[in-house]
Design a protein around this ligand. Structure first.
Ligand SMILES: Cc1ncc(COP(=O)(O)O)c(C=O)c1O
Length: 435
């Protein structure tokens, strides 16, 4: 599953003891495993080998440059959704033609930049955006390779905040409008609408939801072909699950079994495929290390107060998400054999693991059985590599955590911890506006 394991009672990332790493780097710190990132890319590539897809790592899941460079070196392109993410992908050395560019609110400037650079697949989210992209391509006199994001109206069966393939969400255009939009761009001199894009949500733990969405989309591909529109690219999106609990997520082979047989005939006709996984690659490749500041017993409850909470990892509070948490050096040999809400050990105490912020929603876990804890203990919050640092905030004037990349026996700080000076740096000198 990943390269975070207990050896001699102490949690390691690959060859590095996390207690030692935390002594050096401080807390809160996100720690990523290069080996896990690479293995996840390789396992997806192997499961989908028949399609030979371009695997575009979803930058939003974990935009750290050290992580992006690692997945780029493993052969990934990237999925970006903003000029900032585009900048990161380019800085990681990814060629523009290996990028997919999504996002419902791309500005004219963003489209100009994408088209000028020659981004491989600009994913269009609305009729209005299609018109603008075509105009921009004509003005720049540059070819633009566009894919229409279709909304198949399939419920991905995930949290409402990350459900993106039903009609009431802001994403994509209704399948029934697609033919008319393809007709509009027929014979355009610069903008080529030649692809379809699907992304129904995240995480999608039932692989059949992909089949459902694909069947609807493939009927559209046939209708388009009969109207003389050849589809050359299909971007299958992201959404593959991660093991927040041991064995929770389908394997890449399960997703491939739901997808590959349906699109095999298109592959044989030369259609190219893109995947946009973020969570599957990055989630289990990262842990968040936090330090226990105080253990507070009050009103019959035990609160384990840590030096970070929702400011570093928003997912428990925002999505009711489960993250397995365990001490990096548990007392009395209490090493878990599986990551689960109940790890099946005795001698545990039920605790709320909370952060220091002034909000009741500031927690990492509620009512969680944990080994005995004391001030100064180091806790690892597992499966925190995706949508962890990328969703972190400075709420309550908390500096952003550090990020460390481990490769074998080596550990590198790939983002230094913010300082208190950083927190006020942009506000020191008011600039008069020329009105
Ligand atoms: C368009 C698009 N592609 C890919 C992803 C990545 O999803 P995941 O991290 O679940 O693979 C997202 C996530 O929101 C997305 O919006």
């Amino acid at each position: 599953m990943d390269d975070f394991a207990y050896r001699d009672g102490s949690l390691h990332a690959e060859g590095v003891a996390l207690s030692r790493l935390a002594d050096r780097a401080g807390t809160p710190t996100f720690v990523y495993s290069g080996a896990t990132l690479q293995r996840h890319v390789a396992s997806l590539r192997s499961a989908f080998a028949e399609l030979d897809p371009l695997i575009c790592f979803s930058v939003k899941s974990c935009p750290n440059l050290g992580v992006l460079r690692t997945v780029a070196a493993a052969g990934c392109g990237m999925d970006v959704v903003s000029p900032g993410e585009l900048q990161r992908a380019l800085a990681a050395g990814v060629a523009p033609e290996r990028l997919a560019y999504a996002g419902v609110g791309k500005s004219r400037t963003a489209l100009e930049e994408a088209i000028t650079l020659g981004v491989g697949c600009v994913n269009i989210e609305s009729a209005e955006e299609l018109e603008l992209a075509a105009r921009v391509a004509a003005e720049l006199r540059r070819p633009a390779s566009l894919a229409l994001r279709v909304n198949p109206d399939v419920d991905a069966g995930t949290h409402r905040h990350t459900t993106t393939g039903v009609r009431t969400t802001k994403f994509g255009v209704g399948i029934e409008r697609a033919e008319e939009l393809f007709d509009r761009l027929r014979d355009h001199s610069f903008a080529r609408l030649e692809g379809l894009h699907l992304h129904i949500g995240s995480p999608v733990l039932n692989a059949d939801r992909y089949s459902e969405a694909l069947r609807i989309t493939l009927e559209l591909v046939d209708r388009l072909r009969h109207r003389g529109h050849a589809i050359r690219v299909i971007d299958l999106g992201g959404g593959f699950g991660a093991d927040y609990e041991s064995g929770q997520s389908p394997a890449p082979a399960d997703y491939a079994a739901a997808i590959v047989p349906l699109v095999r005939p298109l592959r044989e006709r030369g259609v190219r495929f893109l995947l946009e996984p973020g969570r599957f690659i990055a989630a289990n490749a990262g842990v968040l290390l936090v330090r226990v500041i105080r253990v507070k017993r009050e009103a019959g409850k035990t609160f384990v107060i840590c030096d970070a909470g929702m400011n570093a990892l928003l997912r428990p509070s925002h999505y009711d998400a489960f993250h397995f948490i365990w001490p990096a050096q548990p007392r009395e040999g209490l090493v878990p054999s599986r990551r689960a809400a109940d790890p099946g050990l005795s001698g545990l105490e039920r605790c709320d693991v909370v952060g220091p912020l002034c909000e009741t929603g500031d927690y990492l876990a509620l009512d969680r059985p944990l080994p005995p804890l004391r001030e100064g203990d180091l806790l690892a919050v597992f499966t925190a590599g995706a949508y962890g640092m990328s969703m972190s905030s400075r709420y309550n004037a908390q500096p952003l955590p550090a990020e460390v990349l481990v490769e074998g026996e080596r550990a590198s700080v790939v983002r230094r911890r913010e300082t208190l000076t950083d927190l006020i740096a942009h506000e020191m000198t008011p600039t008069p506006l020329a009105l």
